[in-house]
Design a protein around this ligand. Structure first.
Ligand SMILES: [Zn+2]
Length: 135
């Protein structure tokens, strides 16, 4: 069974188009400077409507996670993380941490992460995060 994928709406289209191009797009309020996610046509801080879309760095840190052990129809029985990351620009995002062991030993809070996009369909790529490779 395939994963249920999001359907772009007029409010979220810029985000999904960015993901397809390998860009993590956030919005920023021109009035108060707040960067925010998820997409919406007004600022969650000051309700201002003078907002712009910008491409984020794709860098984040691990804020919180759980390891899900329940089988999922699309990925099978492997445990997988359901995480909340803090983007370098400030907003938090729910995602999965991939390309690392799905264990508490490997998933350290505040660990540096970078975005990686998973090509799920012709229209949708999902943003996941993986550990930043240390130089
Ligand atoms: Zn604002």
């Amino acid at each position: 069974m395939p994963r249920t994928l999001p359907k772009p709406t007029p409010e979220t289209r810029h985000f999904w188009e960015g993901c397809k191009l390998g860009e993590l797009r956030l919005q920023r309020c021109r009035s108060c400077g707040e960067a925010y996610f998820p997409p919406r046509p007004f600022c969650p801080e000051c309700a201002g409507r003078d907002v712009e879309v910008f491409t984020a760095s794709g860098k984040a840190t691990l804020y919180s996670y759980v390891i899900n052990h329940r089988p999922r129809a699309d990925i099978g029985t492997e445990p997988h993380s359901i995480a909340v990351v803090t983007l370098a620009e400030g907003p938090r995002m729910m995602t999965n941490i991939i390309n690392c062991p799905q264990t508490p030993q490997a998933l350290q809070l505040d660990m540096p992460l970078q975005v990686v996009f998973g090509n799920e369909s012709a229209e949708i790529s999902l943003p996941y995060f993986e550990p930043t490779v240390q130089p």
